[in-house]
Write a protein that binds this ligand. Structure first.
Ligand code: C2E
Ligand code: CA
Ligand code: CA
Ligand code: CA
Length: 280
């Protein structure tokens, strides 16, 4: 254990040996990048289909790698969340997003949007996660009811009972919960009534096929009906065409997000985007 002195504050005891050989360098790089602020948050709006207005912004992480340029979270989050490095990384995201909200509010007096961040199930298992998040929200004076976390369905199913407990604690504080990538995994429907969720995000896969095959349309329609029966609102993600949007409106989807409205973008661009919205 003397070796531990040399280790950074994250550890990798839960990574299997093969993975260690391949990816330790990558984890060390990510660790350095947190310290050197080589990460960035992009924001993408979610549109309320009742009034066609932006209601929420989702924060999406970008790694601005010193040598390789922008790297998508899909290429490093799956590795990071296998180690406790996900803890400082998520904490960086929380702090950065709340700092940005303060900034948005300073530049736009009527800033009235909700913010959602993505977290990993491993964050829920951090003993102090709920307190940590609440402390940050207090520090930045952000109402927990305007703040949401998104968790993937597949992620949640591991240690589901513990996760439900943690989610209930977050809900008690007013934080909203999204079940992300719904339909992609194979979670049991019975959890829909046991997990305290406010929103379901239908996976892009179904949206892509929505106007192409009847089966996808039937599935999306059924998910929406089931969710509504359970008092859960539905977001369609990856909406790219007017045709998809029309269908989604017809089948009572509540929110839509995707390139049709806006790609995720830097905070400077979001401030411009908000100015244009205000001017409309
Ligand atoms: P996600 O939460 O399902 O996010 C949606 C992904 O789809 C994002 O990819 C987004 O840029 C992309 N997207 C949005 N609209 C469209 C569209 O119309 N068409 C297409 N083809 N794609 C669209 P991104 O930003 O690369 O993020 C990938 C995943 O990484 C996210 O999937 C999320 O699971 C994870 N992630 C992102 N940021 C964080 C973070 O801060 N923490 C954690 N733990 N995970 C994160
Ligand atoms: Ca998400
Ligand atoms: Ca998703
Ligand atoms: Ca996804």
């Amino acid at each position: 254990k003397a070796k531990n002195k040399k280790l950074p504050f994250w550890h990798y005891e839960n990574i299997n040996f093969k993975e260690k050989n391949i990816n330790l360098d990558l984890l060390a790089e990510i660790n350095n990048s947190i310290e050197n602020n080589n990460f960035e948050i992009y924001y993408q709006p979610k549109i309320n289909l009742k009034n066609n207005k932006v209601q929420t912004f989702e924060a999406l992480l970008r790694w601005n790698h010193p040598g390789k340029g922008y790297i998508s979270p899909g290429d490093f989050i799956p590795l990071v969340e296998k180690s406790s490095l996900i803890e400082p990384l998520t904490e960086w995201v929380i702090n950065e997003v709340l700092k940005d909200i303060s900034n948005f509010k300073a530049k736009n007096n009527s800033f009235k949007y909700d913010i959602a961040i993505n977290i990993s199930a491993r964050n829920l298992q951090q003993p102090n996660f709920v307190e940590l998040l609440i402390d940050y929200l207090k520090q930045y004076n952000v109402n927990p009811e305007r703040f949401s976390i998104e968790l993937t369905e597949t992620d949640l199913m591991v240690e589901i009972d513990k996760n439900i407990k943690k989610l209930n604690q977050l809900k008690e504080k007013g934080i909203n919960i999204y079940l992300d990538d719904f339909g992609k995994g194979y979670s049991s429907l019975k959890y829909l009534k046991e997990i305290p969720i406010d929103f379901i995000k239908i996976d892009q896969y179904f949206i892509k096929n929505l106007t192409k095959e009847k089966k996808s349309l039937d599935i999306v329609r059924s998910i929406i009906e089931l969710a509504h029966a359970l008092n859960i609102e539905v977001v369609a993600e990856g909406v790219e065409t007017e045709a998809q949007l029309e269908v989604l409106k017809d089948i009572n989807c509540n929110y839509a997000q995707g390139y049709l409205f806006a790609k995720p973008d830097k905070k400077e661009k979001i401030i411009e985007f908000l100015k244009e919205l205000e001017a409309e």
